[in-house]
Design a protein around this ligand. Structure first.
Ligand SMILES: CC(C)(COP(=O)(O)OP(=O)(O)OC[C@H]1O[C@@H](n2cnc3c(N)ncnc32)[C@H](O)[C@@H]1OP(=O)(O)O)[C@@H](O)C(=O)NCCC(=O)NCCS
Length: 193
């Protein structure tokens, strides 16, 4: 989906622009996926699993831009792609069409400047405008920085998927399931929400 670009001032005074990722970003996007996969264990892919060709990535970004149920948001600092965050609907089936799922990752040099907070705040606004009733996400249980960010942004932990991930070093990792409700009706929701 297309949306209005938004400038936010970071903790170090730099301006960061949040704007739709466009097909012209494809090359930077592939490099960013490889970099973040190498810098943190908390994204799903290992660097060798980032195998998109330029053409495939362009097509994906084009489709996402035209998809009314999806937002692919790029964070640009001094002309560079600092990170990316997205929401995507679970699909048109009536039982699940109220839900969307959130993902975010920044290059390491941009952590701790408030970009994550700004992106989730804008994505939450857009998810509400798109008619979603809640945002779901999964986070590795030992990813303290991401969990702190999500809690700060109003997400609540609702469950745990045991041994959701196995890293190359053989270690097992649980995932936490978190949700942020966007509508006032609490019917059916856990009372802690
Ligand atoms: C998780 C991630 C998106 C956070 O983005 P960010 O821009 O660094 O987050 P912010 O600067 O907005 O910080 C958000 C909060 O995190 C918390 N935080 C910061 N550093 C922390 C640390 N070392 N430990 C725990 N919490 C920390 C703070 O509460 C901060 O809020 P504050 O600004 O009010 O102090 C980013 O670190 C990242 O891309 N990590 C790698 C990929 C990843 O883990 N993605 C999530 C997968 S589910």
């Amino acid at each position: 989906m297309r949306f209005e670009p938004r400038d936010v001032r970071l903790k170090n005074g730099t301006v960061c622009t949040l704007r739709p990722a466009v097909p012209e970003d494809a090359e930077q996007m592939i490099a960013y996926m490889k970099q973040t996969a190498a810098e943190t264990e908390y994204v799903l892919r290992y660097p060798d699993e980032v195998r998109f060709t330029l053409e495939q990535e362009r097509d994906i970004l084009q489709r996402l831009m035209e998809d009314p149920q999806a937002v692919m948001m790029a964070a640009i600092v001094n002309g560079q792609l600092a990170g990316n965050a997205s929401i995507g609907g679970l699909g048109p089936k009536r039982k699940v069409r109220h839900r969307c799922s959130l993902a975010i990752a920044l290059k390491r040099e941009y952590w701790g400047q408030g970009i994550g907070t700004a992106m989730i705040s804008y994505l939450t606004e857009l998810a509400g405008q798109m008619g979603f009733a809640q945002i779901d996400l999964e986070v590795v249980a030992d990813n303290a920085r991401a969990i702190a960010l999500y809690e700060k942004c109003g997400f609540k932990m609702t469950g745990r998927r045991v041994r959701a991930l196995r890293f190359d070093d053989g270690s097992w990792h649980d995932e936490l399931i978190m949700v942020k409700l966007l509508t006032k009706e609490q019917e059916g929701a856990n009372e802690t929400l």
